[in-house]
Structure formats: C-alpha cells, structure tokens
Write a new protein. Sequence first.
Length: 303
Amino acid sequence: MLDPTLPPHVPPGAVRHLPNRGEIFYRHHRHPDHTAPTLLLLHGWTASADLQFFTAYETLAEAYSFVAVDHRGHGRGIRNVREPFQLEDAADDAAALVEALGLGPVILVGYSMGGPISMLLWRRHPELVAGVVLEATALEWRESRRERLMWRTLGILGIMLRGWWYPRSVRLGLRNLVKGQPSLETWVPWIEGEVHRNEVRSIVQAGRALAHYDARPFAAELDVPTGLLLTTGDRLVRPRKQRALAHAIHAEVAEVAGDHLSPWTHPDDFARATRRLVDSVARRAALEAAPAEAPSDASRAAG
C-alpha cells in the first residue's frame, strides 16, 4: 500500500544494522523479474536518497530492482559521533549493505557526491560492481580558485544551517525552485522535512572530504561499463569538469539542459536520461558477464 505522506513510487524503507558501522536506512524496490539487474543509488551532498532520486524511482522501477541508501549524517543515515565523515566510509557502508542483502554485482548510480562514493566503492570493492553511471559530478573539486574559496566557507555554512532563519529560507527557496512543476509543488512540505533531517556536523565534514577528493590518479583504471549524465547548465559542477570525467572513464554521455538541481527542476528529463544510461550500462555489463560461446566441432577440428 502506498504511503500517502510520501510522493508516489517511493519504495518501502528499511533499517539494517551493519556490524561495527551502525544502522543504515535504505529504500528497496524488488522487480517482479528476479533476474532484473539491481541498481545501487548513491545521492549527493546535503541530499538523501529520496531527495535525489524520487523523481526517477518510477522510471527505474519499470526495469530494475534498486537499493537507495542515505549516507552517514545525511537524511536518516548512520550517525557516528566518534569519527568524522569520510567518503571512503560512505562507500564501505554501501558495500556492506549490498553484501548483507546478498546482492551484487550491482550497477552504481552516483549523483554529485555520489560520484566520488561510487568511484571509491568500485576501487575498494570491485567484485560488487558491474557498471557505473555518474551524474553531475567531477574528477576533483578544488582545481579552480572559485572552488577553493567555496570550501573555505564551510564554517560559515555550519553557522547558516544552525541559524533560526534557515528553515524559512529553505521553504521560500524550494517554492521558487519548483514553481511551474505541479507534480512537485504538492511535495514541498515533504521535501522541506527531508532537508532538515541532515546532521549539520556531518554535512560540513562531508564538504571537507569532497574538497580533498581527487580521482585523476586512478579514474582511467575503471574497468566496467560507464555512463555519465551531464547537466549542461550546472553552476556548481561546471560542464567542462563533467566532460573531463566522461573522457577519463570513457563514458557514454547523456545531457540534461539544467542546473545541479535538475532532478527537481527537470524531473522528466532527469528520469529519462538516467534510465537511458542505466539501460546502456546494463546491456554492456550483461555482454561482459556472459560466458564465452563454446567452439563448434568444426572450429575445434580446424584448430
């Protein structure tokens, strides 16, 4: 039964205890065809699984099973007051969940910060990864002076997130953002509530972790089928940086003519482009996983 407090097509949520890690929250859609590939959806900085992907859930559910996790300190994700947020820990959390659920190899879909987490998950747990789709993300996050300046203001961000005026600014910003999107305007109160689930300390630490991430030394080693969704109007992760990533990992590219919040501002385009890339990566992954055809009697005799 659908939960009337959630947008349509949001699958059931669950909590799983991961030994020595904590309790991780995830959504799990199981496709009726048990042979359908499974996707692992990895959201971006300051988001949650639902906030990042709810506009694509229906389209992906048509052909795939998927698991969508909340990263530590984000949404309902693991709370760990002892250790600072590290991208490697988020990757290991997701890998531990895949193993606990008896899944894999899976196709990773990583948006923004979910891109680095995807790359690290593949690097640290290659046996769990069949393919990778990266979205609105980059090889590194501090090459330009603008980016370095942005990361230096993380202390100010923490103050802002704790300010009394922040909830009101979120409400107004969301209403302006989804204006003209009737299917989303209804869910602004829900989106607002999801935004406020984040743990401020972890959000600031995650920003610092992103500031030090650099996949340039190892990106070319990615050895599974890849795709990249490029947000052509992105002012946070510039399109040139997204293209540099696509070139480095030899990714098939699909474009969405929107900014970094395209899953909300261009929901239909985002869902279609994500599905197109996942379909392509899944086809190529299946071909690579298929056993080589046994030689015929004639070819054996010729040999």
